[in-house]
Ligand binder design. Structure first.
Ligand code: SF4
Length: 236
């Protein structure tokens, strides 16, 4: 993180967008942005760290692991422009947390209601796998984001076991009491953490094309977790 701690989410978003702390990820994100996928050859890729998305007074957060090479790394917005995001935004719209069922690009009119999206790793990693060192280097960004959200934040939905593992130390850094040994991920798991405010963390299978196409995660299962978390956050 920069030497000056961001004091607002807008400051944090601007600062994270400029981060170059992980040489391998900087090289990868920029190479992908240069080479592009054929289907997006005419587009200018973002090619930078992807900041959080959603209101600064969110009561609920949705956390995956990292942006995808041709999704967030292309569009500059979390889960935007890839098949995982298509499933997620459809469900968010269905349960009343998104203003429209699709998320295609910054400026497409999408707004989230009381919900912010963020990730423990902000740059697209090769094969969707950040190294432990990269994950640790990126930790202060999400920790600060959660600290800034803390006055209003009541629930987090974590998509997938890798995101869950990465999030637990972030929550500890941000001031919540995470039990030891660390709680295990599972779909439907609900964890209550004490801190200056109580936080409920919900596990949900990742919205990956593989999970969705094999029925590991159905749209109904996703809506159920989102609905439970939103209710816990006072959003429905
Ligand atoms: Fe910076 Fe995080 Fe990207 Fe590493 S992964 S360069 S710490 S924003």
């Amino acid at each position: 993180m920069t030497t000056r701690r961001p004091t607002t989410l807008a400051e944090l978003d601007a600062a994270v967008s400029e981060c170059r702390a992980c040489p391998r990820l900087v090289a990868w994100r920029e190479e992908v942005a240069e080479v592009k996928r054929a289907a997006f050859a005419g587009q200018k890729y973002w090619g930078r760290p992807v900041p959080g998305f959603g209101p600064a007074d969110a009561a609920m957060a949705i956390v995956g692991l990292a942006p995808s090479a041709h999704g967030g790394n292309r569009t500059g917005r979390m889960f935007t422009g890839d098949p995982s995001g298509d499933v997620l935004f459809r469900a968010l719209f269905d349960v009343g947390l998104a203003s429209q069922p699709t998320s295609t690009r910054i400026g497409d009119g999408l707004e989230l209601r009381g919900t912010r999206m963020a990730a423990p790793v902000r740059c697209a990693p090769p094969e969707n796998k950040p190294t432990p060192a990269e994950r640790d280097t990126c930790r202060p960004w999400l920790a600060r984001e959660l600290e800034l959200l803390r006055p209003t934040l009541r629930t987090i939905v974590v998509l997938g076991g890798f995101g869950w593992q990465a999030l637990m130390p972030v929550l500890a850094t941000a001031g919540w009491a995470v039990p030891s040994p660390r709680p295990k991920f599972g779909h439907g798991v609900e964890l209550v953490l004490e801190g200056t405010s109580e936080l409920r963390v919900f596990g949900c299978y990742h919205v990956s094309p593989r999970n969705v196409s094999t029925g590991v995660l159905t749209p109904l299962m996703l809506r159920e977790v989102l609905t439970a978390a939103a209710r816990s956050a006072g959003l429905n």
